[in-house]
Design a protein around this ligand. Structure first.
Ligand code: SF4
Ligand code: SF4
Length: 341
């Protein structure tokens, strides 16, 4: 366990950024998002929920696979590789860190998505415990403890008093801490016990503490057939897709060609199950109404995904979709309603 005075953090970040691409939560206009470290940026480690999640570092919004060019009658293809410089995400909250596990289960199973894997392999995740969880947080419903080390962390950190404590949890984390060891002093994990106890009490007192998706015991078929409930939800939905784009676990994408005449690119881009042309194929679209699309989104997160992944839910309780939905669709209410007898 190491620690550093918080007033010395700019020195630490400067040193890390000499060897790695470093990203931290920072003010970007009116929003707070992870951005590339520069000395004049207004870093906001106090913010729990950045506007966008960190999924874009492993699953970019758009990503070019290959470029093509017509040279007389010959088609030249140039694959585009992922940059190999390592990067550090500093200040990831445990809910967002947990989302990597949800996506790993999809992209790292056979056949492995080589682009996603390349992004994951070169990333170092530095988590930050949540000293002041918000009333809208419900990560604990999904087994996430905001006071402890995330299993996905390469380095876990805690803010206590004037210090930031850092605990390396993987080889990558050790390597990063060793590269800045001259800036750090020794700390003791016992110095964090009181802080962790305080955070746990705050988590226990959150209004959504009792939310429990395991109370959803209806059969998949029964949930699927709750037509009135899905109808009531979906008639409000504007099909804007915001909920899926801000969600750290939503991972649907489309693959498209940009045709620039004699040259072009094949790229993938985020897609959304809430949009009417999602998965449209030559024969048409398997989901033809907004009711089917809204039902799919919630059932995927709370029923299908856990059924196929040993009970792991495809939601980490970050609350972004609730905050961003222009008409107030709320996954908490869905969990409660599905869990009613
Ligand atoms: S709360 Fe909403 S945005 Fe956050 S992980 Fe769950 S479904 Fe996604
Ligand atoms: S953000 Fe709200 S309105 Fe937009 S697609 Fe999602 S549920 Fe529908």
């Amino acid at each position: 366990m190491k620690r550093i005075l918080k007033s010395n953090l700019p020195e630490l970040w400067e040193s890390i950024s000499n060897n790695f691409d470093l990203f931290l939560p920072m003010e970007q206009g009116t929003l707070i998002n992870f951005g590339a470290y520069e000395t004049d940026k207004n870093i906001r480690l106090d913010i729990l929920k950045t506007n966008s999640s960190v999924k874009e570092f492993v699953f970019p919004q758009t990503e070019t696979y290959l470029k093509f060019k017509l040279n007389k009658k010959k088609l030249e293809l140039t694959p585009v590789a992922v940059e190999d410089r390592e990067y550090v995400l500093f200040g990831v909250r445990n809910c967002d860190a947990a989302s990597f596990k949800v996506m790993d289960n999809i992209f790292l199973r056979q056949p492995v998505d080589t682009y996603y894997k390349a992004h994951r392999d070169r990333g170092i995740i530095v988590t930050l415990a949540c000293n002041n969880p918000e009333e809208t947080c419900f990560c604990s419903a999904f087994g996430i403890d905001a006071s402890e080390t995330s299993p996905l962390a390469d380095i876990a950190t805690w803010e206590k008093g004037d210090y930031l404590y850092l605990d390396a949890k993987s080889e990558k984390g050790e390597k990063l801490l060793n590269s800045v060891v001259t800036l750090l002093e020794d700390g003791e994990s016992s110095e964090l016990e009181e802080l962790k106890r305080e955070i746990k009490i705050k988590l226990e007192n959150l209004s959504l503490r009792k939310l429990d998706p395991k109370k959803i015991t209806k059969t998949q078929q029964d949930i699927f057939e709750m037509e009135d409930f899905w109808e009531e939800l979906s008639k409000k939905c504007l099909a804007c897709g915001s909920c899926t784009f801000v969600c750290p676990t939503c991972h649907c994408y489309d693959v498209k060609d940009y045709d620039g005449g004699n040259s072009g690119e094949r790229y993938r881009c985020w897609d959304s199950c809430m949009i009417s042309d999602f998965t449209r194929m030559a024969h048409g679209n398997p989901r033809t109404s907004q009711l089917q699309r809204v039902r799919q989104r919630f059932m995927h997160k709370l029923v299908y995904y856990p059924k196929n992944h040993d009970g792991l839910y495809s939601c980490v309780g970050c609350g972004r979709c609730i905050e961003k939905c222009p008409v107030g669709l709320n996954i908490v209410r869905v969990i409660k309603r599905l869990g009613e007898e």
